[in-house]
Design a protein around this ligand. Structure first.
Ligand SMILES: Nc1ncnc2c1ncn2[C@@H]1O[C@H](COP(=O)(O)OP(=O)(O)OP(=O)(O)O)[C@@H](O)[C@H]1O
Ligand SMILES: O=c1ccn([C@@H]2O[C@H](COP(=O)(O)O)[C@@H](O)[C@H]2O)c(=O)[nH]1
Length: 240
Protein backbone atom coordinates (compact mmCIF):
# COMPACT_ATOMS: atom_id res chain seq x y z
CA UNK A 1 0.00 0.00 0.00
CA UNK A 2 1.32 3.51 -0.85
CA UNK A 3 1.42 6.36 1.70
CA UNK A 4 -0.91 8.72 -0.23
CA UNK A 5 -4.21 9.09 1.63
CA UNK A 6 -7.28 8.63 -0.55
CA UNK A 7 -10.42 10.70 0.01
CA UNK A 8 -12.65 7.64 -0.50
CA UNK A 9 -12.67 4.13 0.92
CA UNK A 10 -14.96 2.52 -1.67
CA UNK A 11 -15.73 3.74 -5.16
CA UNK A 12 -17.73 2.65 -8.19
CA UNK A 13 -15.83 3.25 -11.42
CA UNK A 14 -17.94 3.41 -14.59
CA UNK A 15 -15.69 2.76 -17.57
CA UNK A 16 -17.00 3.74 -20.97
CA UNK A 17 -16.93 0.89 -23.45
CA UNK A 18 -16.01 3.33 -26.20
CA UNK A 19 -12.95 4.42 -24.25
CA UNK A 20 -11.62 0.84 -24.54
CA UNK A 21 -11.37 1.27 -28.32
CA UNK A 22 -8.50 3.73 -27.99
CA UNK A 23 -7.95 5.01 -31.54
CA UNK A 24 -9.51 1.91 -33.14
CA UNK A 25 -12.91 1.97 -34.88
CA UNK A 26 -14.43 -0.64 -32.53
CA UNK A 27 -13.43 -3.47 -30.17
CA UNK A 28 -10.78 -3.47 -27.47
CA UNK A 29 -7.40 -1.83 -27.95
CA UNK A 30 -4.88 -3.82 -25.95
CA UNK A 31 -2.53 -0.96 -25.08
CA UNK A 32 -5.50 1.16 -23.96
CA UNK A 33 -6.95 -1.46 -21.63
CA UNK A 34 -3.50 -2.21 -20.16
CA UNK A 35 -2.93 1.49 -19.47
CA UNK A 36 -6.38 1.92 -17.87
CA UNK A 37 -5.84 -1.11 -15.65
CA UNK A 38 -2.46 0.34 -14.64
CA UNK A 39 -4.32 3.36 -13.25
CA UNK A 40 -6.73 1.10 -11.35
CA UNK A 41 -3.77 -0.81 -9.88
CA UNK A 42 -2.42 2.48 -8.52
CA UNK A 43 -5.58 3.36 -6.60
CA UNK A 44 -6.04 -0.16 -5.20
CA UNK A 45 -2.48 0.12 -3.84
CA UNK A 46 -3.68 3.18 -1.94
CA UNK A 47 -6.20 0.91 -0.18
CA UNK A 48 -9.29 2.00 -2.13
CA UNK A 49 -11.95 -0.68 -2.68
CA UNK A 50 -12.86 -0.62 -6.36
CA UNK A 51 -15.95 -1.91 -8.13
CA UNK A 52 -16.27 -1.38 -11.88
CA UNK A 53 -19.25 -1.17 -14.22
CA UNK A 54 -18.16 -1.50 -17.81
CA UNK A 55 -20.08 -0.18 -20.81
CA UNK A 56 -20.54 -1.86 -24.17
CA UNK A 57 -20.41 0.94 -26.75
CA UNK A 58 -17.15 -0.29 -28.31
CA UNK A 59 -18.70 -3.62 -29.31
CA UNK A 60 -22.38 -2.87 -29.47
CA UNK A 61 -22.08 0.18 -31.72
CA UNK A 62 -19.91 -1.96 -34.02
CA UNK A 63 -22.83 -4.35 -34.55
CA UNK A 64 -25.56 -1.70 -34.36
CA UNK A 65 -26.22 -1.99 -38.11
CA UNK A 66 -27.26 -5.62 -37.55
CA UNK A 67 -29.47 -4.57 -34.65
CA UNK A 68 -31.32 -1.99 -36.79
CA UNK A 69 -35.02 -2.72 -37.04
CA UNK A 70 -34.74 -5.36 -34.33
CA UNK A 71 -37.01 -5.64 -31.34
CA UNK A 72 -35.61 -3.10 -28.82
CA UNK A 73 -35.43 -5.52 -25.88
CA UNK A 74 -33.56 -8.12 -27.98
CA UNK A 75 -31.07 -5.47 -29.14
CA UNK A 76 -30.61 -4.40 -25.52
CA UNK A 77 -29.81 -7.97 -24.48
CA UNK A 78 -27.15 -7.97 -27.22
CA UNK A 79 -25.79 -4.76 -25.69
CA UNK A 80 -25.66 -6.36 -22.25
CA UNK A 81 -23.79 -9.36 -23.65
CA UNK A 82 -21.27 -6.94 -25.17
CA UNK A 83 -20.56 -5.64 -21.66
CA UNK A 84 -19.87 -9.22 -20.52
CA UNK A 85 -17.16 -9.52 -23.20
CA UNK A 86 -15.62 -6.24 -22.04
CA UNK A 87 -15.79 -7.37 -18.40
CA UNK A 88 -13.94 -10.59 -19.22
CA UNK A 89 -11.23 -8.68 -21.10
CA UNK A 90 -10.92 -6.18 -18.26
CA UNK A 91 -10.68 -8.84 -15.56
CA UNK A 92 -8.08 -10.71 -17.60
CA UNK A 93 -6.00 -7.55 -17.98
CA UNK A 94 -6.35 -6.93 -14.23
CA UNK A 95 -5.19 -10.45 -13.37
CA UNK A 96 -2.16 -9.98 -15.66
CA UNK A 97 -1.24 -6.83 -13.73
CA UNK A 98 -1.48 -8.56 -10.36
CA UNK A 99 -5.00 -7.58 -9.29
CA UNK A 100 -7.54 -10.19 -8.26
CA UNK A 101 -10.71 -9.45 -10.20
CA UNK A 102 -14.12 -11.11 -10.02
CA UNK A 103 -16.71 -10.64 -12.77
CA UNK A 104 -20.35 -10.75 -11.66
CA UNK A 105 -23.13 -10.73 -14.23
CA UNK A 106 -26.64 -9.33 -13.87
CA UNK A 107 -27.87 -11.92 -16.37
CA UNK A 108 -27.43 -15.61 -15.75
CA UNK A 109 -24.61 -17.17 -17.83
CA UNK A 110 -23.02 -19.25 -15.13
CA UNK A 111 -20.64 -21.25 -17.32
CA UNK A 112 -18.96 -17.97 -18.19
CA UNK A 113 -19.19 -15.71 -15.12
CA UNK A 114 -20.70 -15.91 -11.68
CA UNK A 115 -24.06 -14.24 -11.06
CA UNK A 116 -24.34 -10.95 -9.22
CA UNK A 117 -25.04 -11.65 -5.55
CA UNK A 118 -24.75 -8.53 -3.41
CA UNK A 119 -23.31 -10.07 -0.21
CA UNK A 120 -20.70 -11.90 -2.28
CA UNK A 121 -19.73 -8.68 -4.05
CA UNK A 122 -19.36 -6.94 -0.68
CA UNK A 123 -17.21 -9.81 0.57
CA UNK A 124 -14.91 -9.56 -2.47
CA UNK A 125 -14.51 -5.81 -1.96
CA UNK A 126 -13.66 -6.28 1.71
CA UNK A 127 -11.04 -8.86 0.65
CA UNK A 128 -9.43 -6.26 -1.63
CA UNK A 129 -10.59 -7.87 -4.86
CA UNK A 130 -11.81 -5.71 -7.74
CA UNK A 131 -15.41 -6.54 -8.67
CA UNK A 132 -16.38 -6.03 -12.31
CA UNK A 133 -20.14 -5.79 -12.76
CA UNK A 134 -21.21 -7.07 -16.18
CA UNK A 135 -24.50 -7.01 -18.10
CA UNK A 136 -25.60 -3.64 -16.75
CA UNK A 137 -28.76 -3.81 -14.66
CA UNK A 138 -29.82 -7.06 -16.38
CA UNK A 139 -32.85 -5.27 -17.81
CA UNK A 140 -33.49 -3.85 -21.28
CA UNK A 141 -34.34 -0.14 -21.67
CA UNK A 142 -31.56 0.81 -19.22
CA UNK A 143 -27.91 1.78 -19.61
CA UNK A 144 -24.66 0.92 -17.89
CA UNK A 145 -24.68 4.45 -16.40
CA UNK A 146 -27.85 3.48 -14.56
CA UNK A 147 -26.19 0.19 -13.58
CA UNK A 148 -23.31 2.24 -12.14
CA UNK A 149 -25.75 4.31 -10.06
CA UNK A 150 -27.61 1.18 -8.94
CA UNK A 151 -24.56 -0.91 -8.02
CA UNK A 152 -22.85 2.13 -6.52
CA UNK A 153 -25.82 2.62 -4.17
CA UNK A 154 -26.05 -1.11 -3.41
CA UNK A 155 -22.40 -1.49 -2.38
CA UNK A 156 -22.33 1.76 -0.39
CA UNK A 157 -19.82 3.47 -2.70
CA UNK A 158 -19.00 7.02 -1.65
CA UNK A 159 -18.58 8.23 -5.22
CA UNK A 160 -19.42 7.13 -8.77
CA UNK A 161 -16.52 7.94 -11.08
CA UNK A 162 -17.62 8.22 -14.69
CA UNK A 163 -14.44 7.63 -16.66
CA UNK A 164 -14.99 8.74 -20.21
CA UNK A 165 -13.50 10.42 -23.29
CA UNK A 166 -14.20 13.98 -22.14
CA UNK A 167 -12.72 15.71 -19.10
CA UNK A 168 -16.00 16.71 -17.47
CA UNK A 169 -19.56 17.89 -17.99
CA UNK A 170 -19.95 20.67 -20.56
CA UNK A 171 -22.74 23.10 -21.35
CA UNK A 172 -23.26 21.02 -24.53
CA UNK A 173 -21.61 17.94 -26.07
CA UNK A 174 -18.04 19.22 -26.63
CA UNK A 175 -17.61 16.82 -29.56
CA UNK A 176 -20.42 18.66 -31.35
CA UNK A 177 -20.17 22.20 -29.98
CA UNK A 178 -16.64 23.66 -29.80
CA UNK A 179 -17.93 26.68 -27.84
CA UNK A 180 -19.16 24.49 -24.97
CA UNK A 181 -17.61 25.25 -21.57
CA UNK A 182 -16.92 22.89 -18.71
CA UNK A 183 -18.63 22.98 -15.32
CA UNK A 184 -16.47 22.55 -12.21
CA UNK A 185 -19.54 21.39 -10.28
CA UNK A 186 -23.27 21.26 -10.86
CA UNK A 187 -26.32 19.73 -9.20
CA UNK A 188 -28.20 16.66 -10.45
CA UNK A 189 -31.28 18.86 -10.96
CA UNK A 190 -29.30 21.30 -13.14
CA UNK A 191 -27.87 18.41 -15.18
CA UNK A 192 -31.35 16.98 -15.74
CA UNK A 193 -33.10 20.29 -16.45
CA UNK A 194 -30.41 21.28 -18.96
CA UNK A 195 -30.59 17.82 -20.51
CA UNK A 196 -26.79 17.47 -20.50
CA UNK A 197 -26.23 14.24 -22.42
CA UNK A 198 -23.24 12.98 -20.45
CA UNK A 199 -25.40 10.56 -18.40
CA UNK A 200 -29.00 9.53 -18.76
CA UNK A 201 -31.68 11.03 -16.54
CA UNK A 202 -32.46 7.70 -14.84
CA UNK A 203 -28.86 7.43 -13.63
CA UNK A 204 -28.79 11.05 -12.47
CA UNK A 205 -32.15 10.68 -10.65
CA UNK A 206 -31.04 7.54 -8.83
CA UNK A 207 -27.77 9.15 -7.73
CA UNK A 208 -29.62 12.27 -6.63
CA UNK A 209 -32.16 10.29 -4.58
CA UNK A 210 -29.41 8.20 -2.98
CA UNK A 211 -27.18 11.26 -2.43
CA UNK A 212 -24.42 9.53 -4.33
CA UNK A 213 -22.14 12.11 -6.00
CA UNK A 214 -20.75 11.54 -9.49
CA UNK A 215 -17.36 12.70 -10.77
CA UNK A 216 -17.00 12.87 -14.55
CA UNK A 217 -13.38 12.83 -15.76
CA UNK A 218 -11.21 11.76 -18.68
CA UNK A 219 -9.75 8.27 -18.51
CA UNK A 220 -7.32 9.36 -21.26
CA UNK A 221 -5.64 11.90 -18.99
CA UNK A 222 -2.78 10.10 -17.21
CA UNK A 223 -3.11 10.27 -13.41
CA UNK A 224 -6.65 11.71 -13.49
CA UNK A 225 -8.20 8.67 -11.77
CA UNK A 226 -5.72 8.94 -8.90
CA UNK A 227 -6.32 12.69 -8.61
CA UNK A 228 -10.09 12.12 -8.31
CA UNK A 229 -9.55 9.46 -5.65
CA UNK A 230 -7.23 11.84 -3.76
CA UNK A 231 -10.05 14.41 -3.72
CA UNK A 232 -8.11 16.83 -5.93
CA UNK A 233 -9.59 19.25 -8.45
CA UNK A 234 -10.24 17.09 -11.52
CA UNK A 235 -13.19 16.79 -13.89
CA UNK A 236 -16.73 17.80 -12.89
CA UNK A 237 -18.54 16.94 -9.66
CA UNK A 238 -22.29 16.37 -9.96
CA UNK A 239 -23.93 16.51 -6.55
CA UNK A 240 -27.32 16.44 -4.78
N1 LIG B 1 -22.98 17.98 -21.83
C1 LIG B 1 -22.02 17.10 -22.12
N2 LIG B 1 -20.82 17.15 -21.49
C2 LIG B 1 -19.85 16.24 -21.77
N3 LIG B 1 -20.00 15.23 -22.66
C3 LIG B 1 -21.20 15.11 -23.30
C4 LIG B 1 -22.25 16.03 -23.06
N4 LIG B 1 -23.31 15.66 -23.82
C5 LIG B 1 -22.94 14.57 -24.52
N5 LIG B 1 -21.67 14.23 -24.21
C6 LIG B 1 -20.98 13.08 -24.80
O1 LIG B 1 -21.06 12.00 -23.88
C7 LIG B 1 -19.94 11.15 -24.11
C8 LIG B 1 -19.67 10.37 -22.87
O2 LIG B 1 -20.44 9.28 -22.86
P1 LIG B 1 -19.75 7.83 -22.94
O3 LIG B 1 -19.50 7.49 -24.34
O4 LIG B 1 -18.65 7.76 -21.95
O5 LIG B 1 -20.90 7.11 -22.35
P2 LIG B 1 -21.51 5.76 -22.38
O6 LIG B 1 -22.56 5.79 -23.42
O7 LIG B 1 -21.92 5.60 -20.97
O8 LIG B 1 -20.35 4.74 -22.68
P3 LIG B 1 -20.30 3.53 -23.69
O9 LIG B 1 -19.25 3.90 -24.65
O10 LIG B 1 -19.89 2.40 -22.86
O11 LIG B 1 -21.65 3.34 -24.28
C9 LIG B 1 -18.81 12.09 -24.43
O12 LIG B 1 -17.87 11.47 -25.27
C10 LIG B 1 -19.49 13.29 -25.06
O13 LIG B 1 -19.31 13.32 -26.47
O1 LIG C 1 -28.86 -2.20 -17.87
C1 LIG C 1 -28.59 -2.19 -19.09
C2 LIG C 1 -27.33 -1.84 -19.58
C3 LIG C 1 -27.09 -1.87 -20.93
N1 LIG C 1 -28.07 -2.23 -21.80
C4 LIG C 1 -27.80 -2.31 -23.27
O2 LIG C 1 -26.41 -2.45 -23.51
C5 LIG C 1 -25.93 -1.38 -24.35
C6 LIG C 1 -24.54 -1.01 -23.95
O3 LIG C 1 -24.55 -0.25 -22.74
P1 LIG C 1 -24.00 1.26 -22.69
O4 LIG C 1 -24.51 1.82 -21.41
O5 LIG C 1 -24.54 2.01 -23.88
O6 LIG C 1 -22.53 1.15 -22.73
C7 LIG C 1 -26.98 -0.29 -24.19
O7 LIG C 1 -27.01 0.56 -25.33
C8 LIG C 1 -28.26 -1.11 -24.06
O8 LIG C 1 -28.66 -1.55 -25.34
C9 LIG C 1 -29.32 -2.55 -21.32
O9 LIG C 1 -30.24 -2.87 -22.08
N2 LIG C 1 -29.54 -2.54 -19.97
Amino acid sequence: MTTATPAYKRILLKLSGEALMGDDAFGINRATIVRMVGEVVEITRMGVEVAVVIGGGNIFRGVAGGAEGMDRATADYMGMLATVMNALALADAMDKQGLTARVMSAISIEQVVEPYVRPKALQYLEEGKVVVFAAGTGNPFFTTDTAAALRGAEIGAELVLKATKVDGVYTADPHKDPTATRYATLSFDEAMVRNLGIMDATAFALCRDQKLPVKVFSIFKPGALKRVVMGLDEGTLVHA
